[in-house]
Design a protein around this ligand. Structure first.
Ligand code: PEP
Ligand code: MG
Length: 568
């Protein structure tokens, strides 16, 4: 059995189609007439552009605008004057064949990008590799493994999957995929979740461990992969798969139902989104609102700040799309693991403890004000709420609110309409705030608990560090105590308390959060219906009793075991 990172939920059972990265042997050839060779290169470029345009169209139709953007990036590489000039001059000066020149130049670019400690830049290296392989294959007349036209159902196993591979996949034949590289935020993982195809990424050694035709079983939640397993395991997972599929069908039936416990405690189940396109998944899964719109994605994948108009359009689209349901827009939360290539900041020893999110916005107020103006203007078109990330002190909160008040004043002066009663809330993701939540609660309209960061700051465990990931534990008693404290303090001041970290969608902790009285749960859209199903079967009174016991347990393991044993 191998283990990787569960990237997209679901069980996959089937035959392997091993997609080895064809190691194309490229011979260096001496060319006398370099003009003809440059023409060959340009013809290949035209063909590549046609292919990419087709992929863009297919992706737009079948997956979505965000994913299709990847191919715009590929086209941009093919039009990049610097890139073209370097290849042409390599052909000319070295008198070599186009394939060899392309490989040499693109390898140099790839190396530069791969060496930058930034996930986004590493993804750019993958894009250049994709474009380079396409050009070389065209020049050599090589047909690549065609994932759009599989003869039979298969689980794709490969070193990595390029966006082109994923976009071409025939979704009715691809049962799932497993890759050697990648994390939960790699392009292929994101696409898998959007397409609702089970996937596991980051599986060391998988391409060596399997052959074409092997039987593989995996669970896209757990990340475990069985290769040619015994019949008993196949049977076990077939049953799990059947149950999973039946369960998803059953979930369809509770679309439109209330998210309420058996004894009448009603909550809001909302979705987390990164772009306006993600809205569709929230609506499809019957989300009752957007509990977290991570606006930083609007600022990423580009080379300058988005202007007010562009932001306004994005926020308005989400507000209108939700048709009066609440939309919590979080102001820019850049820094930590999310960087902006065009914001040239010095490297930091501890980026997660550094110059990020609200700290940056309170420093560079022009960026902050532009965003606040866009959010306020969009509030005229739906039920928008504003949320500040990474607040660590009352001073910061007051400063942010003051800038917001000044921005409102300015808009009024300009005669621009906005929601005068717009709610203003904050993320609770730093222990200092949780501890002082009684005082913070007097100054905001709502709290949203960000467990992804609250866990890392409470337990001093870097959420990105693979080596200590076993210490990053959502069952840690300290976390549960802090969450309870925040909810209780919020309620004492009559404000609603939500949660938008991953814990909000965790089926094991949802009952505990119900017992604590959490009002709003915001999660990946695909988790919403399961959460509703769970909640409808709970009694809040019983869960309150569970909370009293859980909160006094000394270890994370005991918390987890207690939940496993006492809550079905
Ligand atoms: C969190 O920290 O829990 C959260 C929701 O924010 P992000 O994951 O964007 O840091
Ligand atoms: Mg956070």
């Amino acid at each position: 059995m191998l283990k990787g990172i569960g990237a997209s939920p679901g069980i996959a059972i089937g035959k392997v189609l091993l997609k080895k990265d064809e190691k194309i042997e490229i011979e260096k050839k001496n060319i006398n007439n370099t003009e003809i060779e440059i023409d060959r290169f340009n013809d290949a470029r035209d063909t590549a552009k046609e292919q990419i345009q087709e992929l863009h169209r297919m992706t737009l139709e079948t997956i979505g605008e965000t994913e299709a953007k990847i191919f715009e990036a590929h086209r941009m590489i093919l039009d990049d004057p610097d890139f073209l000039q370097q290849i042409e001059s390599e052909i000319k000066s070295q008198e070599i064949n186009a394939e060899y020149a392309i490989k040499k130049i693109t390898d140099a670019f790839i190396q530069i990008f791969e060496n930058i400690e930034d996930e986004y830049m590493k993804e750019r290296a993958a894009d250049i590799k994709d474009v380079s392989n396409r050009l070389i294959n065209i020049l050599q007349g090589v047909e690549t493994a065609d994932l759009s036209n599989l003869d039979e159902e298969a689980i794709i196993v490969s070193e990595d999957l390029t966006p082109s591979d994923t976009a071409q996949m025939d979704k009715s034949k691809v049962l799932g995929f497993v890759t050697e590289v990648g994390g939960r935020t790699s392009h292929s993982a994101i696409m898998a979740r959007t397409l609702e195809i089970p996937a596991v990424v980051g599986v060391d050694g998988i391409t060596e461990a399997v052959n074409d035709g092997d039987i593989v079983i995996f669970d896209g939640d757990e990340g475990k992969i069985y290769i040619n397993p015994e019949d008993s395991i196949i049977e076990k997972y077939k049953n799990i798969k059947k149950r999973y599929e039946k369960f998803r069908e059953k979930l369809e039936e509770i679309k439109g139902a209330e998210s309420v416990t058996k004894d009448g405690f009603k909550v809001e189940l909302a979705g987390n989104i990164g772009t306006p396109q993600d809205l569709e998944a929230v609506l499809r899964n019957d989300g009752e609102g957007i509990g977290l719109y991570r606006t930083e994605f609007l600022y990423m994948d580009r080379d300058s700040f988005p202007n007010e108009e562009e932001q306004f359009e994005a926020y308005k689209a989400v507000a209108e799309g939700m048709n009066g349901k609440p939309v919590v827009i979080r102001t820019l939360d850049i820094g930590g693991d999310k960087e902006l290539s065009y914001l040239d900041l010095p490297e930091e020893m501890n980026p997660f403890l550094g110059y990020r999110a609200i700290r940056l916005c309170l420093d560079k107020t022009d960026i902050f004000i532009t965003q606040l103006r866009a959010i306020l203007r969009a509030s005229n078109y739906g039920n928008i709420k504003i949320m500040f990330p990474m607040i660590s002190s009352i001073e910061e909160l007051r400063q942010a609110k003051e800038i917001l008040d000044n921005t409102k004043y300015q808009l009024r002066k300009e005669g621009v309409k906005f929601d005068e009663n717009i709610e203003v809330g904050m993320m609770v993701e730093i222990p200092a705030v949780a501890v002082m939540s009684d005082l913070f609660a007097k100054e905001v309209d709502f709290f949203s608990i960000g467990t992804n960061d609250l866990i890392q700051y409470t337990t001093a465990v870097d959420r990105m560090n693979q080596k200590i990931s076993h210490l990053y534990n959502q069952f840690h008693p300290a976390l549960l105590r802090l969450i309870k404290q925040v909810i209780d303090n919020g309620h004492k001041e009559n404000i609603w308390v939500g949660m938008c970290g991953e814990v909000a969608g965790d089926p094991k902790l949802i009952p505990i959060l119900i017992g604590m009285g959490l009002n709003e749960f915001s999660m990946s859209p695909i988790s919403i219906l399961k959460a509703r199903w769970l909640i409808r079967d709970l009694s809040q009174k019983d869960m309150k009793e569970m909370v009293e016991k859980v909160i006094n347990l000394p270890t994370a393991e005991e918390v987890k075991n207690f939940i496993d044993e006492n809550i079905k």
